[in-house]
Design a protein around this ligand. Structure first.
Ligand SMILES: Cc1ncc(COP(=O)(O)O)c(C=O)c1O
Length: 340
């Protein structure tokens, strides 16, 4: 399989009908009913072209930024493509293991990519990024390692003349968002990406945004097609930026932390399993002694997990698993122990 194809592999391809899905990290029981209502109401306005003004303002207020520092995108995925194509970058660095689309987008734009590959326990402190890199991608919290890097560690990657892109697609699954740089308008070259996909269960709607200095927003915006974000997605941005929704996400983050601690404790009891320590996101990454056939054996027992080998820096003795309710995690641990 070509490497470019592996980079384009995502958790949804690891799921099969009838399996409990621990491969995709979208929060379960989402979108909530009130959000579905917002989307249903949005349909009556579909005859009009979308107007992003209200959504830009809502997102700006949610993060304490100016509307001209906000660019709404068709998911974080569109932002990777815009950044790769529109900034005239010459030397791209991607800090791996991480979500592979930034690298895929850079390569598709004809850019050479330097990989900075972290090793266990995947902390940023020792990351060696070439000084000449003018476009750097880092995920925080990082998919698939679940590592949360301090704002100080992330900001240490900023340089004059460099665009530092921090993918915060999972930032709102950490209570209080201690790792987020979304509110920082004072760091030249900083671009923060956010997504509504995971927390709100809107993978199919395609809505996300980036926060950056106005000149960068203008440049990226000029590279977008006309009307890139649909009116239902814009309405979702407004609704999910409201204080009540942010508070709901915070409660979900608190409950996720408890579920994750339970899962981590249970997994740690299983011999032949090493879980990456100090996870902060909605998934865990583990190395196992079950060989390349482990995923098939887990599938026989009803569970789909995300393969690890398509992430640069990991191999086929790694899997990523979503954190769900304790009863699901417990059942999974039983299946894993048997499969090993
Ligand atoms: C770390 C990370 N960033 C971005 C994305 C893409 O998000 P979106 O659905 O907003 O394009 C994903 C989806 O899997 C992800 O895991």
């Amino acid at each position: 399989v070509a490497e470019s194809e592996l980079l384009r592999h995502h958790g949804d391809s690891d799921v099969r009908p009838g399996l409990v899905d621990l491969a995709v990290n979208v929060r379960t029981d989402t979108p909530p009913p009130w959000l579905l209502e917002v989307l249903r109401n949005s349909l009556t306005g579909l005859a009009k072209y979308p107007d992003p003004t209200a959504a830009r303002l809502a997102v700006a207020q949610r993060h304490g930024r100016d509307p001209d520092e906000v660019l709404l995108t068709s998911g974080a995925a569109e932002a990777f493509v815009l950044l790769a194509r529109a900034l005239g970058a010459r030397h791209v660095s991607v800090i791996h293991p991480q979500f592979t689309e930034p690298e895929a987008a850079a390569r598709a734009a004809g850019l050479a990519v330097h990989r900075t590959v972290l090793s266990w326990p995947f902390r940023l402190a020792n990351a060696q990024v070439p000084d000449e890199s003018d476009l750097v991608f880092v995920g925080n919290p990082t998919n698939p390692t679940s590592a949360g890097h301090s704002t100080k560690e992330v900001l240490a990657l900023a340089r004059p003349g460099r665009t530092l892109v921090v993918d915060e697609a999972f930032a709102d699954c950490v209570p209080g968002e201690p790792f987020s740089l979304a509110g920082r308008a004072d760091v030249p070259g900083l671009v923060v990406l956010r997504s509504l996909t995971k927390t709100w269960g809107l993978a199919g709607l395609r809505c996300g945004y980036l926060l950056a200095e106005p000149a960068v927003v203008q440049r990226l915006s000029a590279a977008q097609p006309l009307w890139p974000v649909s009116s239902p997605a814009l309405d979702a941005c407004v609704a999910c930026s409201a204080p009540g929704a942010v508070a709901e996400a915070e409660l979900a983050a608190v409950s996720l932390s408890a579920n994750r601690s339970y899962f981590l404790d249970e997994l740690t009891k299983i011999s032949g399993v090493e879980v990456v320590p100090a996870p902060v996101a909605s998934f865990l990454l583990m190395q196992h002694s079950g060989g390349p056939g482990l995923r098939a054996r887990l599938a026989e027992r009803g569970f789909a997990v995300r393969r690890g080998d398509t992430f640069p820096g990991l191999g086929d003795d790694w899997i990523r698993i979503a954190v769900r309710r304790p009863s699901v995690s417990q059942a999974f641990c039983g299946a894993l122990a048997e499969s090993l």
